[in-house]
Structure formats: C-alpha cells, structure tokens
Design a protein around this ligand. Structure first.
Ligand code: B12
Length: 216
C-alpha cells in the first residue's frame, strides 16, 4: 500500500499535478509514512524523472515550473513534520547556506537546509541567487562554522569557487568549513576548488556536515 502511495505521488509530480501531489503527501502522512521516505521514495525520484524528460526534449520549461511548484508545496507540508522529529541535541553548529549567484534552483538547497535544521544545526538559509559578498557578510555576522553552497548549473558552479576565495580574502577561511553540492557538482570539482566536502544528497549532506564540524 505504501509503495502504491509513493508511486501515486511521484506520478502526480511528473504529470504536473501539484494538487494531486499535495493530496498524495497528506494521505501518505496519514498512513504513517515517514517524511524522509516520502521525500526519497517519491519526490526526489519524481523530480529526477522530470529532469530526464526535460533533458531528452520530451518536457519543456513550463513542465519544470509546474513540477517544481508541486515539489515546493509538498515540502511545505513535510518540513514541519521533519522538524517535529528533530532530536533534541545541543546545537551541532551554525550553517550559512544558499544557492550561488545567478542560480535560482531552490529545492535541493532547501531540502539540505531543512535536514540540517532537523538534525540540530542552527541554519541561516540565504535563499537563491546569493551574491558572493552576502555569504561573506552572513558568515561574519553569525560566526558560522559551516557554509553550504548549492549550484545546479554548469554556468554557475564557478560561483562556489568565488565564495571560497572571498572567504579566504576576508580572513574567514580558517573559521569555516565549506561544503558544496548540486547536480553538476562532483567530489573532483569540490577538491579542485578547495572545498572541504561534497555530498550527493540531503542525507549524506547531514553526515558530511557532522563530520566537518567534528560531531561524527
Ligand atoms: C526544477 C528545475 C528547475 C526549476 C527550479 C525551481 C525551483 N524553485 O527550484 C526552474 C524551472 C526555475 C529551472 C530553471 C532553469 N533550469 Co532547471 N532544473 C530543474 C530540475 C528539473 C530539477 C532540480 C531539482 O529541484 N531537483 C530535486 C532536488 C531535490 O535535487 P537537487 O537540486 O539535485 O539537490 C540535491 C543534491 O544535488 C544535493 N544538493 C543540492 N544542493 C546542495 C548543497 C550542498 C551544500 C550539499 C552538500 C548538497 C546539495 O542535495 C539535494 C537534496 O538531495 C533539474 C534537473 C536535474 N536533474 O537536476 C533542471 C536543471 C538543473 N535545469 C537546467 C536548466 C538548463 C535550467 C534553465 C537554464 C532553463 C532555461 N532555459 O531557462 C533555468 C535556469 C534558471 C537559473 N538562472 O537558475 C539544467 C542544467 C544543465 C546544466 N548542466 O547546466 C538541468 C540539469 C535540466 C537538464 N537536464 O537540462 N529549473
């Protein structure tokens, strides 16, 4: 029954039916499914299919926009549930996170931010299309010990390098660990630009964050 529910949610996302996605998520929560099972088993998988269809020319930009709206509405329902499951731990660290300049992809970054918050991190989410200087200013202001940089476009991933360089220039590089992510970002890229770590998804991002701040 839970597999059928997850498939229904995923299909509604792919078909561009946000109301169906929201209704499916409500039903799944009512049936006792864990929020992370819904995210991993239905939503992320559905968005991947949408991306594949866009890449192959079957889908166009409006399809991406409608599916992304379904995903965002679903996440709005799931975020409070994730936070409610937050284990009461001493703050694991302070994270400044955002999607780099020129890039408006929000979903993956927000998922990472939510998961970090759900795992005891104090999260400052700067949103999308964040200028280099804003990252630097917020690190200074919050005394963060971790920065998360998301980039979904090959044309914007250089922005991650720019932020790392700007942090060094501002004398903050010793204070913060930097982790990077996003679909085109790889471990090799992360190593090449001098990041401290890379993670492929939100769950491994939490493990990585804990390792980087010495909590795991
Ligand atoms: C939804 C979407 C959009 C939506 C975004 C809506 C929103 N509010 O976010 C809209 C319609 C706005 C959009 C616009 C564009 N898009 Co778009 N989009 C996508 C799509 C289909 C899904 C992205 C997504 O949300 N995935 C689901 C989330 C959960 O996954 P994720 O983002 O990868 O995040 C996970 C990991 O990467 C990681 N992660 C992410 N960030 C971070 C950060 C850290 C610190 C860590 C550790 C980990 C981490 O953890 C996340 C959670 O598991 C992708 C396809 C794809 N395969 O990625 C294309 C895609 C990224 N888009 C693409 C393109 C080309 C564009 C446009 C240029 C299209 C156009 N012609 O205008 C514009 C660019 C706009 C801009 N300036 O940013 C291309 C990029 C190609 C490239 N290599 O550069 C892709 C790959 C589609 C394709 N196959 O061609 N897009």
């Amino acid at each position: 029954m839970s597999t059928a529910l997850l498939e229904r949610i995923s299909a509604s996302l792919v078909e561009g039916d946000p109301d169906g996605t929201v209704a499916g998520v409500r039903d799944a929560l009512a049936a006792g499914l864990e929020p992370m099972a819904i995210i991993d088993g239905a939503l992320v998988a559905g968005m991947r299919t949408v991306g594949d269809k866009y890449a192959s020319g079957e889908y166009f930009l409006p399809n991406l926009i409608v599916s992304a709206s379904g995903m965002k509405q679903a996440m709005a329902l799931l975020e409070p549930e994730l936070k409610a499951r937050r284990q009461e731990v001493k703050s694991a660290g302070t994270v400044v996170i955002g999607t780099v300049r020129g890039d408006i992809h929000e979903i993956g970054k927000s998922l990472v931010a939510t998961m970090l918050a759900a795992n005891g991190f104090d999260v400052h989410d700067l949103g999308v299309d964040v200028p280099v200087d804003t990252f630097v200013a917020r690190v200074k202001e919050t005394g963060a010990n971790l920065v998360g940089l998301s980039a979904l476009l090959t044309t914007t991933m250089h922005g991650q390098k720019d932020v790392i360089e700007a942090l060094a220039k501002a004398g903050l590089r010793e204070q913060v660990k930097v982790m990077v992510g996003g679909a085109p970002v790889s471990r090799a890229w992360a190593d090449g630009i001098g990041a401290d770590g890379w993670a492929q998804d939100a769950v491994s991002a939490v493990d990585l964050a804990a390792r980087l701040v010495g909590r795991a």
